[in-house]
Unconditional design. Structure first.
Length: 103
């Protein structure tokens, strides 16, 4: 793995973990977060209405469901665009290696 996740990916992982009512420990392990970082995100997600908190249980709201659906759509398009870019970049490098020294 080795790559750092952006905040939207972290939020998506937390929301996925909260698809059913669950506790902080489950979310922390499921989203692969430190407790300190989890606390920060849970507070932000609760304030923005993407999750609801009942006692020590957390669950995704309807707004959270909408967010995760939109995130997945955008993420799929992002991955597709990234693959296209990598393909074009590879072709560009091949062209450069074929025509090295030709002006």
């Amino acid at each position: 793995m080795g790559k750092n996740r952006d905040s939207l990916s972290i939020i998506a992982a937390i929301l996925d973990a909260c698809s059913t009512q669950t506790n902080k420990t489950h979310i922390m392990f499921s989203a692969n977060l430190s407790f300190k970082l989890l606390e920060k995100y849970l507070e932000t997600l609760a304030q923005s209405g993407l999750i609801k908190v009942e006692g020590n249980k957390y669950e995704m709201t309807e707004d959270g469901l909408e967010f995760i659906a939109h995130f997945r759509s955008v993420h799929e398009r992002y991955i597709s665009a990234q693959k296209t870019f990598e393909s074009v970049e590879s072709e560009r490098k091949k062209l450069a290696s074929i025509y090295v020294g030709i002006s």
